[in-house]
Design a protein around this ligand. Sequence first.
Ligand code: FES
Length: 157
Amino acid sequence: MIPEELRQSLKKNIEHVEHPRELAVDVMFAIQDFYGSLTDEGVHEAAELLDMSPLEIDQLATFYTFIYREPVGKYVIHVCDSVVCWMNGYESVWQYLCRKLGVQPGETTSDGLFTLLKVCCIGYCDRSPAMLINRKAYGNLTAEKIDDILKKLRQDA
Ligand code: FES
């Protein structure tokens, strides 16, 4: 169950918009931030807050790339596999990450730290190949740069 403080703060925000569903994505993100993913319990809590059905929330959630209905690691890595990144080394970045983390697409490392996924263009084409980690963009990726990024994230974990 989300903390009462979070529930009240979301309720307050919802009261300020004309239609509660305008804030559906914000509410889903807030609940996901609390649980780590949008759990079934979170879906029901979002539905209640937004005066929507759990099915509607679930349908919305599966539409958004950054809402996770399955448990994910502390850091979610989305590697861009769209055309510019693909031309500029996506494949080697992807292979390197899979090898380095010891996971396949959609999997989470055994220490629960990293989940590896692909994503469509993130608007970082001029710095391709690129990726997002917890929605923060990293570009001009090389093996060395990836090593530095992962090392820093491990230290911060
Ligand atoms: S194609 Fe990868 S960021 Fe645009």
